[in-house]
Design a protein around this ligand. Structure first.
Ligand code: PGA
Length: 255
């Protein structure tokens, strides 16, 4: 089953817009049974949207959480509160957070606390740039090794990896990666996961692609790139387009 995750970042600016985007997704993805939809709204909107979920099978996630369950940590988000409010996933190590100074060590600590709170971690990795020497492979390997260093080996089913090359993310992206760029990197990621978790567990971990995904290129990543799903920023704020991607994922035959 493909996993389609919408990362809303700090958008939209009002709760009424958030409700309306969510309403479109809920309506348009009705009947989807072979793809899982995860919406990661700004934390302030979470409980309102969870209350609107109704009988839909839409899951929710946070965009970050702190490395402790609770505490005197002004401005931080508790993973326990996220889980209690109806969150099932949390995005950790997004490049926009790494750019603010978040380290692999912190990401590793956050992951441990998140899984202890029964959240599934969507761990983001991705290189700044590519060159002909293949330094991007080393960059991603280091991120994987260091940000997974504390992850409990028995909890592979609570892990998702999102490969998001930084040069392909956001409005200033050069261009999206290609399905074959994704495939190549996912082999390296799968190899690392196999070393860490063992073969059987490693093959249960979905590897998503993220970075300038839209309704035109999504199928290529899912089909040709064999991605386990997609992590979508800008396009996830367009309920119609995001739902169209969910339907593409729903129609893909997986073995
Ligand atoms: P984008 O963002 O789809 O807007 O490129 C992806 C992400 O940052 O997760």
């Amino acid at each position: 089953m493909k996993l389609i995750v919408g990362n809303w970042k700090m958008y939209p600016p009002t709760i009424s817009e958030a409700k309306s985007i969510f309403g479109v997704i809920k309506k348009k993805t009705k009947g989807v049974t072979r793809a899982r939809v995860v919406v990661c709204p700004p934390a302030f909107y979470l409980s309102t949207l969870v209350a609107l979920r109704g009988t839909s099978k839409i899951f929710f996630g946070g965009q970050n959480c702190f490395k402790e369950d609770e505490g005197a940590r002004t401005g931080e988000n508790s993973p326990r509160a996220l889980a209690t409010l109806g969150g099932s996933y949390v995005i950790l190590g997004h490049s926009e957070r790494r750019a603010l100074g978040e380290t692999d060590k912190e990401i590793s600590e956050k992951s441990v606390t998140a899984v202890r709170n029964k959240l599934t971690v969507i761990l983001c990795v991705g290189e700044h740039a590519r060159d002909e020497h293949g330094t991007h492979f080393n960059e991603v390997s280091t991120q994987l090794r260091d940000s997974l260093s504390g992850f409990p080996k028995s909890m592979a089913k609570h892990l998702v990896i999102a490969y998001e090359p930084i040069w392909a993310i956001g409005a200033n992206a050069l261009h999206p990666a290609t399905p074959s760029d994704f495939r190549e990197m996912s082999i390296l990621i799968r190899r690392y996961l196999t070393e860490y978790f063992g073969k059987t567990a490693a093959f249960t971990i979905p590897i998503l692609y993220g970075g300038s995904v839209d309704e035109r290129n999504a199928e290529g990543f899912l089909q040709e790139g064999d991605a386990g799903g997609l992590l979508i920023g800008r396009t996830s704020l367009d309920g119609e387009k995001f739902s169209a991607i969910v339907k593409i994922a729903n129609d893909i035959k997986t073995t």
